[in-house]
Design a protein around this ligand. Sequence first.
Ligand code: SF4
Ligand code: SF4
Length: 376
Amino acid sequence: MSNSKLSADSIRSIAHEVGFDLVRFGPASPGDHAQRFNEWLDAGRHGEMDYLVKNRDRIVDPQQWRPGVRSSISVAVDYSGPQGELQGGGRIARYAVGRDYHRWLGKRITKLRNQLEHAGLPHGSMTGGTDAVPVLERALAVRSGIGFLAKSSMVISPTHGPYLQLAELLVPEDLPHDAAASGTCGSCTACLDACPTDAIVAPFQVDSRRCLSYTTIEQRGFVDHDLREAQGEWLFGCDICLEVCPFTSKSKRRDVLGIDRPKDLQTHQVVETWTLVDVLEMDEERYNAEFVGTAMRRAKRSGMRRNAATVLGNRREESALPALVAALGDEDPVVRGHSAWAIGRIDARHPSLQSALAKEGDDRVRKELQLAIERA
Ligand code: SF4
Ligand code: SF4
């Protein structure tokens, strides 16, 4: 290391003590991953995530927002574990089963920065975070040797598998860059074959607009009918391309359960105790009181209720009909529309559809009601 008072080994050791499973050093720029990102944006595959377009220049060139950064301390936590599911159904992507990773990962990054400053790196010289900062996190992780870029577009560690929470600290030090990670997807196409929406349009290229991790979380409003059906049991996110990946056998916390799991990864009480009907029926007060500290807030209350209606419809959950019928009178047109769709799948002759149609004033919801009735 040319200009740091700290040895690379000391930095690694501090980062491991803070709670990161993997610690690697690499350049503070995305290299040729920037071109892939630009092409992805130009093709519109980011959907409604306009903040990516807005921040494009800073994302592809960290010097534009943090002049002088020279290296990335890339870190990762293996969050593998049992699948998340509400009481009676409704699957949740593993990364969202525990506490909101923005909080616990952000705290660890802050702690790492504080400890590195305490150990000798200049105060205020480091910047970083989780996916809330404008960097190509996966590119930095790959260039640092955390893992290799997989056909699913995820980063896979040859030693810890694909369930990785990534973060980074960009520093003005010249740290010795680690070697690229070994491993490739080889001839495997399991994730492309298993994706229920064909969102992996080609190896290394995911069209967010078709990906359930986007449609159930980032997308606001109505979801296309074919994507609702493909959503199946997924209430929030989707893990299918990770579950089928042979590298999951490398994940270290797959079988670490209950209180044996790190506190931040232990199951949130919403996941442990709620049902899909609870989610559909939750009012603003309950949402604010009980959805505290979960990454599922990203989908907003409207998105979670919409998703719950969709999954109830996919499950043909007759016991949920009273809740779905009540939701036809909800103030949120997205919830009304998706509830109509769900009722149409459970019982298209249900009289509530006709009576709601007689009163409905929103054209999008009227269309949903008409299509639900036509299923009879
Ligand atoms: S998260 Fe699900 S929908 Fe998205 S690419 Fe992976 S398998 Fe497909
Ligand atoms: S499932 Fe196969 S192709 Fe997909 S990311 Fe894993 S190894 Fe690569």
